[in-house]
Design a protein around this ligand. Sequence first.
Ligand code: CMC
Length: 429
Amino acid sequence: MTESLTVRDNRTGQEYEVPIVDGTIKAADLGKITAGEDAPGLAVYDPGFVNTASCRSAVTFIDGEKGVLEYRGYPIEQLAEKSSFLEVAYLLIHGSLPTKAEYETWVHEITYHTFVHENIKEFMQGFRYDAHPMGMLMASVGALSTFYPDARHISEADNRHIQMVRMIAKMPTLGAWSFRHAQGKPFVYPDNDLSYTANFLSMLFKMSESKYEADERLVKALDVLFILHADHEQNCSTNAVRSVGSSQVDPYSAVAAGVGALYGPLHGGANEAVLRMLRRIGSVENIPSFIEGVKAGNERLMGFGHRVYKNFDPRATIIKKACDDVFEVTGVNPLLKIAQELERIALEDEYFVKRKLYPNVDFYSGLIYEAFQFPPEMFTVLFAIGRTPGWLAQWNELVQDKEQKIARPKQIYTGDRGLTFVPASERWS
Ligand code: CMC
């Protein structure tokens, strides 16, 4: 079988042979196809990069039809059950699992860097009382670039390493302080005797007790949620990190762009919408009429369907299990009953079956977060903390990839041309 594409340009009658490599053609090869000597080359129009590969990546594999998600080749189910968030972070960034010594050094490094400069604290205290925690997180991650100006030396591997360690370490501190600020509570400093996730919970919820130690089952459940969110190949925020990073800016600025992308409701905000929907449905008896409304096209069943997963979202299955563990400690969220019944009915309904609509990661995650007593604005902050190693692994891959260039898409220009400018003094006289 010849690995190439023959293209006939009907404008000129000319034929072109375009090589196919890894199931793709190079957009630059299409640029060689022109309608005449001075005419522009053929380009691809693809808003939202729906069918355009922007990079080669060895970080995360997804097979949407089969419901497969793997980090560096390891199935998400195994990592969620048997690994820890920091080990997964190491795996994503370094490409292989750590030895015992490597893991201990990694955990020590991350733990050692959890504190932030006092000026960051003061900077965060300067936000308005009702500042959205995600806006605070985005600004404070960006601000870190001014505290570590050496971070711009991105071609040095050791330098990249220390910045990645700092960012993974400081994200929970910044996230927890964004939460405390909205509540008017004093910021809690990191407790480095605790694990990564237990320390995060301490910074969130500690009050006057000398030590805050969360229930181990809650620590484990949140650690699993972080693992599930750690990477998801070229999604909107990862693409933002790569696009901004392609200018060779420091990683704090690139990750701040990722936080900004995640802030948007089409990306990080769906679980909040699920909670609102469940609350609106209100009781199990109202489900059939709600489903009828969805089928009539009045609204969507939030937390169902996915652009990539067309069979099931493997993260949703794991989250359902985490739900049980969390509710064992916190008591059952009354919305769970509505969610379960909604899922049962939808999975049997021809409308959803035909369109391959299944629960996605967001269907149950909001219920868990609410059980932790997080307000909805915090849900995306939790997502950002989990996604940080993924953003960094992708950024680290990008800066070492010789094929990468500064991101600079083409456009199809639709505006005016060649107008003659008349100065305001003449136009308005
Ligand atoms: N409820 C009802 N109908 C739906 C839904 C839904 N949640 N999702 C898709 N459909 C229907 C849609 O109306 C269309 O039907 P028809 O063919 O009759 O016009 C068909 O299914 C295909 O939908 P689509 O909009 O072309 O699918 P998409 O791949 O562009 O959209 C999606 C994917 C996730 C945006 C969409 O399923 C959706 O809006 N879901 C609800 C929001 C949600 O839960 N988002 C979280 C996604 S997971 C987060 C992550 O991975 O980061």
